[in-house]
Design a protein around this ligand. Structure first.
Ligand SMILES: *Cc1c(COP(=O)(O)O)cnc(C)c1O
Length: 369
């Protein structure tokens, strides 16, 4: 194989168990498998999580949820993004749970569910400070949000199973996270006063699951931690569970060439060799998800030695110094236990999430464990 991603489902299982171990009895676990399970393969990840007893799964959109249903996944699936009106019937038919962000969307979903003769399960979304989706629930807008949610709850064809919010900075600003949690709790009280007590109240993604037990409520929603990565180094305290990376992105040296002193390497001639150098050619490039901004910066490990990419990353190839020892056929680790994706993410000015989800479609996933 040219370039492949080993996906260790045994590590996924260990991470699941470690996170589950933090939760009190009765707290549900929603495994986030959106974006092809952060690049790890949505169907195999969802199958394993379902077998391990995860009560819920989450997808970003209806198409992702439908892929899981077609693969035979029967666990409840929350679609995190808004479902367009024209997909409402399909949402009900696929038996997925819709996120409802406002009255107009709720009314359309209700009408479609009634027309289809079905009941659509919904989770109401509260915006407590992310300013992305949901009803604004700061102090000034709380009672309006309660009224709107109560009106939604009274619509036919919809069953309010849950209510949730999302933290903007759970891996950073503790005070703001606690303010968001307070706003959410105030909303829950307001709903209770109106006789609305959704069974599943949830707000914690990976960071809050690792840091704030007070935010567990009825369910947690980790994504990145399942795949073996901390959202931020600050989420890794002395008592934190040990997470193991699930993905190892590998490629194999296709050529080793000796390039004369003074030669320049790759497009744009951004690297010049001081002396005669053995270069290993690797069949991975930005077409596989290796960010081009890692040119002359990112490192790839071969024979236990990290080697900085020489020159620009091309679409399908890149070059690294081969030293004396590297041979054609050697396996190179791009991300994995020897070459943390966090390091590459920091060099690229981004987060592990983006590098993992960017691993391309042409990179076959090879499942272990
Ligand atoms: C992606 C997402 C999560 C998971 O976030 P992680 O940081 O990967 O744990 C949880 N909730 C919502 C609403 C999300 O969009």
């Amino acid at each position: 194989m040219r370039t492949w991603a080993e996906i260790d489902l045994g590590a996924l299982e260990e991470n699941y168990r470690a996170l589950r171990g933090l939760l009190p009895a009765g707290c549900r676990f929603l495994g986030v498998v959106k974006a092809n399970a952060y690049g790890h393969g949505a169907v195999p990840a969802a199958r394993r999580l379902e077998a391990l007893g995860a009560e819920y799964l989450a997808a970003a959109c209806l198409d992702e949820a439908a892929e899981l249903r077609e693969a035979g996944i029967s666990a409840p699936i929350l679609v995190l993004g808004p479902i367009p009106v024209e997909q409402a019937g399909e949402a009900a038919a696929q038996n997925v749970t819709a996120t409802v962000c406002h009255w107009e969307n709720a009314r359309a979903l209700s009408a479609a569910a009634v027309a289809a003769g079905r009941t659509l399960k919904i989770h109401l979304k509260a915006d407590t400070g992310m300013s992305r989706l949901g009803l604004v629930c700061d102090h000034a807008h709380l009672s309006a949000a309660v009224e709107e949610m109560a009106a939604i709850a009274a619509l036919p064809g919809l069953e309010v199973e849950g209510v949730f919010t999302h933290f903007a900075d759970a891996d950073g600003d503790e005070a703001f996270t606690m303010l968001q949690l307070q706003r959410f709790q105030a909303l829950l009280e307001g709903l209770r006063d109106r006789g609305i007590v959704p069974a599943i109240r949830h707000c914690a993604g990976s960071a809050a699951t690792l840091k704030y037990p007070a935010a567990y409520l009825d369910m947690v929603r980790p994504g990145i931690a399942l795949y073996g990565h901390y959202p931020d180094p600050s989420c890794k305290g002395p008592g934190s569970p040990v997470l193991r990376p699930v993905m190892r992105l590998c490629t194999r040296v296709v050529d080793v060439r000796t390039v004369p002193a003074g030669a320049t390497v790759s497009y744009g001639r951004t690297a010049r060799l001081e002396r005669e150098t053995r270069l290993a050619v690797l069949p991975i490039g930005y077409g596989d998800g290796l960010f081009r901004c890692l040119s002359n910066r990112g490192r790839i490990t071969i024979r236990g030695v990290p080697r900085t990419i020489t020159g620009r990353v091309c679409m399908d190839l890149c070059m690294v110094p081969a030293g004396e020892d590297v041979q054609v056929g050697d396996v190179a680790e791009v991300y994995g236990p020897s070459q943390p994706v966090e390091e590459a993410a920091a060099l690229a000015g981004t987060i592990s999430y983006e590098l993992l989800t960017a691993v391309g479609r042409r990179v076959p996933r090879v499942y272990l464990g």
